[in-house]
Design a binder for this molecule. Sequence first.
Ligand code: DQA
Length: 145
Amino acid sequence: LSILVLHGPNLNLLGQREPEIYGSLTLDDINRLLVEEGRLLSADIFAVQSNHEGTLVDAVHDAFLRHQGIIINAGAYTHTSVALRDAIAGVNLPTVEVHLSNIYRREEFRHHSYIAPVAIGQISGFGAESYILGLQALVYHLRKS
Ligand code: DQA
């Protein structure tokens, strides 16, 4: 199995960015944990981070022939991007939405996700573990289908 992990805007700042909300691990730390978990699950992990909406849309398109599923933390684009949602709907690859923080415990504007209706499911609030749980959920989904 080959899985694309997409990290959206500002996630390159993890480790220094509001650590009380997002934790102290860096994005590289999280990617390393994902590769390790992927090894246990026999899944290859390809991670991409971008602060640009169009680059994330392109990455979703490119995933179509290369990967069997997507894990996405779209960051703030979760709450704004119809384009990213349409890209995911367009390629029709099983997608799991993840968030480090519990977006429903935070400001009202974070309570709505444009990604959720085109995702298999969402994992929110477990810090870096959200990605690991998301990877496990996606792999289970792909193996049973
Ligand atoms: C986030 C939550 C978003 O609301 C925020 O804009 C982020 C990170 C999270 O992982 O908790 O950038 O997606």
